[in-house]
Design a protein around this ligand. Sequence first.
Ligand SMILES: Cc1cc2nc3c(=O)[nH]c(=O)nc-3n(C[C@H](O)[C@H](O)[C@H](O)COP(=O)(O)O)c2cc1C
Length: 289
Amino acid sequence: MILNASGCLDALTAPEVARELDAFVTKTVTPQPRGGNEPVRIAETEVGMLNSIGLANPGIDSFRQDVLPRLAELELPIWVSVGGFSADDYADLCRHLDEEPVVEAVELNLSCPNVAEPVGSVAEIVAAAREATSKKLYAKLSAADGDVGSVAVAAAKAGADGLSLVNTIRGLALDPQTLAPTLSTATGGLSGPALRPIALAAVFVCFETTGLPIVGMGGVETGRHALQLIAAGASVCALGTILFSDPEAPGRIRSELTAEAEALGFENPLDAHALAHGDKAPAPLRRVA
Ligand SMILES: Cc1cc2nc3c(=O)[nH]c(=O)nc-3n(C[C@H](O)[C@H](O)[C@H](O)COP(=O)(O)O)c2cc1C
């Protein structure tokens, strides 16, 4: 299964790209509208992209009223990414989305490096969201947490149905002439090729600690990259930065993935799921009531 990574595709301006996906993931929606950070918000580096968009979005009310009905016309499963500054914010957002039949899953963005961290632990936020919705809940984590495996366990025990791994990691680009930061916020979130081994490690470790379904992302540019995430424990792959340079990536990576798996003797790419774990594949953790 191939999705887009949150914030990396506008399905309303590029519906033909979205239709190549198995589900569309929205940009993170917050309780109130946000204009985002001042420009410059995007910078290139030799190993990927830096962004400091700052969760620009119309806010949940306008999202429900204006954006969601238009997304529904795509006739794709819709996953909504939500972000807030407290467990109550996440619970409110989930309560809103629980009323929307078109929403298949909610992704809790618990790891944006470009805005203030929410108050409350991952466990508190996931538990509050779990109380507020019966939709499938994915916790999106960052590999910047030294012990992402333990954070994933906390999310699983609080009721997450799955994990999205990984979000960007803080990085800095300097203008070569002035040596001043390129982004208005100085630091931003690093995505693209540099994240690839980091994402692979996070997926590997979190599958080992939780056994939960995982959406793997971070620098996926080819079918081989996607297959490696699957072997590490992902059951779904998401495409982010690659979509900015190659809008045809979903179709291309899907066929490369099938070919790459077949070349290794797998009828279906998912036959390689968790293979990197050998016979140590874990049983899924259960929610602590
Ligand atoms: C321009 C841009 C905007 C992003 N916006 C969001 C966002 O709103 N919410 C979120 O959870 N992740 C956001 N991300 C992170 C991506 O969803 C993804 O986790 C990350 O880019 C790693 O995947 P990639 O290396 O394939 O890009 C954004 C990334 C980029 C490059």
